[in-house]
Design a protein around this ligand. Structure first.
Ligand SMILES: *[C@@H]1O[C@H](CO)[C@@H](O)[C@H](O)[C@H]1NC(C)=O
Ligand SMILES: *[C@@H]1O[C@H](CO)[C@@H](O)[C@H](O)[C@H]1NC(C)=O
Ligand SMILES: *[C@@H]1O[C@H](CO)[C@@H](O)[C@H](O)[C@H]1NC(C)=O
Ligand SMILES: *[C@@H]1O[C@H](CO)[C@@H](O)[C@H](O)[C@H]1NC(C)=O
Ligand SMILES: *[C@@H]1O[C@H](CO)[C@@H](O)[C@H](O)[C@H]1NC(C)=O
Length: 204
């Protein structure tokens, strides 16, 4: 075969392979998300593990993907578990969630982050640590958070005033967190949509 035609066929094959990836378990994997180099856009890497879709943090922790909205270029990942009988998030040892700033994802401004077991030294605006803060409601209603009771807790709306690539926890700061997407004052806890909403830069 002529070399030029051969190379042309290869490049056609590569372009046509850049479709959406196959489903992961029951979840669609819309473009540009990519579970494999042969589909999607490899810069938008997600992982299909044991039939579940997962997002990998810069610290090497996997977070379950709960939902994806390709038209809005957004996905929601699961906040980490709070370890039993402690008020520690499972990602405490790596300092919480951090996204690789070289990748096209960031944390959206629709997340209300609830910080648990905080020390008073971190009490800086825009943290809301009042007794009617969302975190008190959370502690009073969610069994996993019972060890967090009687500790200082706060919430804040994730916005551009704070880094869009990190939710930071640490011993001596706050040791656990969760996040609720699009929470409104007065929403009953049973209707809260737990998750961390990420958005991606659309491929050019
Ligand atoms: C934590 O507690 C839940 C429910 O109480 C239980 O299902 C789970 O196995 C426990 N996890 C660990 C690591 O002990
Ligand atoms: C803190 O949040 C609660 C619940 O949304 C709100 O009622 C209260 O006004 C807030 N307090 C401050 C100081 O922002
Ligand atoms: C929870 O965090 C505290 C402070 O870092 C640590 O002393 C403790 O060992 C942790 N507990 C678990 C079960 O990881
Ligand atoms: C709260 O955090 C401190 C460290 O900042 C830790 O020693 C303590 O065990 C934590 N409390 C609970 C209930 O996990
Ligand atoms: C996060 O990414 C979105 C989509 O590219 C962008 O519009 C937004 O400005 C970014 N936010 C920050 C704080 O960088």
């Amino acid at each position: 075969m002529d070399l030029v035609i051969f190379l042309l066929l290869i490049s056609v094959a590569q372009v046509s392979s850049l479709g959406a990836c196959p489903k992961c378990g029951s979840m669609e994997v819309p473009y540009p998300l990519s579970t494999d180099d042969s589909c999607g856009d490899p810069r938008y890497k997600v992982y299909c593990k044991n039939g579940g879709l997962e997002f990998l943090s810069a610290e090497g922790i996997y977070y379950e993907v709960l939902s994806i909205d390709p038209s809005a270029a957004k996905l929601v990942i699961s906040p980490p578990m709070i370890q039993n009988n402690t008020c520690n998030s499972s990602d405490l040892s790596v300092g919480g969630l951090s996204l690789d700033e070289n990748l096209p994802f960031n944390i959206s401004t629709h997340n209300t982050v609830i910080l648990l077991n905080c020390s008073s030294t971190i009490l800086l605006s825009p943290l809301n640590c009042s007794s009617n803060s969302f975190c008190r409601v959370y502690e009073d209603n969610v069994v996993e958070a019972r060890e967090c009771r009687n500790t200082l807790c706060c919430h804040y709306l994730k916005d551009s005033a704070m880094t869009s690539h990190r939710i930071r926890i640490r011993a001596g700061g706050c040791t656990a967190y969760t996040s609720v997407v699009n929470i409104k004052p007065g929403d009953p806890v049973s209707s809260w949509n737990y998750g961390i909403e990420l958005q991606w830069v659309r491929p050019s």
